[in-house]
Design a protein around this ligand. Structure first.
Ligand SMILES: [Zn+2]
Length: 343
């Protein structure tokens, strides 16, 4: 985990610096009165989030108790340490203890193979693997706080595990799969710590359940713990209703795999670092203007109600004072530049 922190903070500092450099407005709270009533205001608090990105997971587990048989340039097996080795074979050994433990019988022990009892020396195996997450979420904003929930589907690449000790005798091993899926369901809570007209910084956390795909990770052997992901979201509004964001985050998660037969439970720690990019759409609290001849470009009234402009696309930035559908005057555009009287 220690190794993770440094690049993570550099990442945060860089993102923060870029953000401050582009954010020109001071912190200010935008208060908008919505005369269309409490229900509209309530609806307007909801946002939809979608994101993808890149992740790196740092797997590790410690073996203390069982014996290890490392075949020279071959498989590595765990076995019951109380088993007395006589002759040149192992009665029962286990592989695949990262995801789906399997037993093998009568494993030959060659002259160059290595045997170790981990009751005296614990061995830690470590490996790192990348992943690509796809996430959708719904949140509700109240004042500067956000609550919500979401789902993430992630494609993760398998790690190669390296032993932390006796590296002349023990060898790295690969899992029996290349990629696996991870599904998560989570609750979400966050708070905005900076807000200007176009920029927001929020610190947020996701807490929930995760599961690897059943095809590669045996659900009968594995118990999953809750995961916690803490991140900082740097958001830029492209319009009143549409934002894009980047979110570096750190995650803590673990699962426990029990090897049947050996009756040994291994805790697999899988902390991760993510860099996500995404978009947030706020559900418009104002209805679109229903008057067919109306060309108003800003939020405006008809009768007692306020409507959103029908001329102005919802993803486009709208200056609250005059709209910005046509930020450049027609007479400065394209071929009009050369005309004396473009109108
Ligand atoms: Zn109108």
């Amino acid at each position: 985990m220690q190794k993770l922190l440094k690049p993570f903070f550099i990442c945060i500092v860089l993102a923060f610096g870029t953000f401050i450099a582009t954010a020109q407005q001071p912190m200010e709270k935008k208060k908008q009165k919505n005369p269309n009533g409490a229900f509209s205001k309530f609806i307007g608090g909801f946002s939809l989030h979608a994101s993808t990105g890149f992740g790196m997971t740092f797997f590790s587990h410690e073996i203390q108790g069982p014996g290890i048989l490392q075949q020279k340039d071959g498989n590595v097996y765990l076995f019951d340490n109380f088993y007395v080795i006589g002759g040149d074979s192992l009665n029962t050994g286990y592989t695949g203890w990262t995801n789906n433990a399997q037993s093998s019988s009568n494993i030959p022990i060659g002259d160059e193979d290595f045997l170790l009892g981990t009751d005296t020396l614990a061995i830690k195996y470590k490996g790192a693997g990348g992943s690509i997450p796809f996430s959708v979420a719904v949140s509700y904003t109240f004042d500067r706080y956000r609550f919500g929930g979401g789902v993430t589907y992630e494609q993760s690449f398998a790690a190669k595990y390296y032993p932390n000790a006796l590296t002349n005798d023990l060898q790295p091993f690969k899992t029996d799969f290349v990629t696996s899926s991870i599904t998560r369901y989570y609750g979400y809570v966050g708070g905005e710590v900076f807000r200007s007209i176009r920029h927001t910084i929020a610190i947020d956390a996701m807490i929930g359940t995760f599961k690897y795909g059943k095809k590669k990770f045996n659900p009968d052997q594995i118990k999953y713990k809750l995961f916690v992901n803490i991140g900082v979201s740097f958001e830029r509004s492209l319009s009143e209703y549409f934002k894009v964001f980047v979110r570096p985050s750190l995650e803590i998660k673990r699962y426990e795999l029990t090897i049947p037969g050996l009756n040994y439970a291994l805790t697999h720690s899988a902390p991760a670092m993510y860099f996500s990019i995404g978009a947030i759409i706020r559900i418009p609290d104002l209805n679109k203007c229903p008057v067919s001849q109306c060309h108003s470009q800003i939020n405006h009234r008809h009768g007692g109600n306020v409507y959103r402009s029908k001329m102005h696309p919802f993803w486009k930035w709208q200056n609250p004072n005059y709209g910005q559908n046509y930020p450049q005057l027609i007479k400065y555009k394209g071929k009009n530049k050369k005309k004396k009287n473009p109108y």
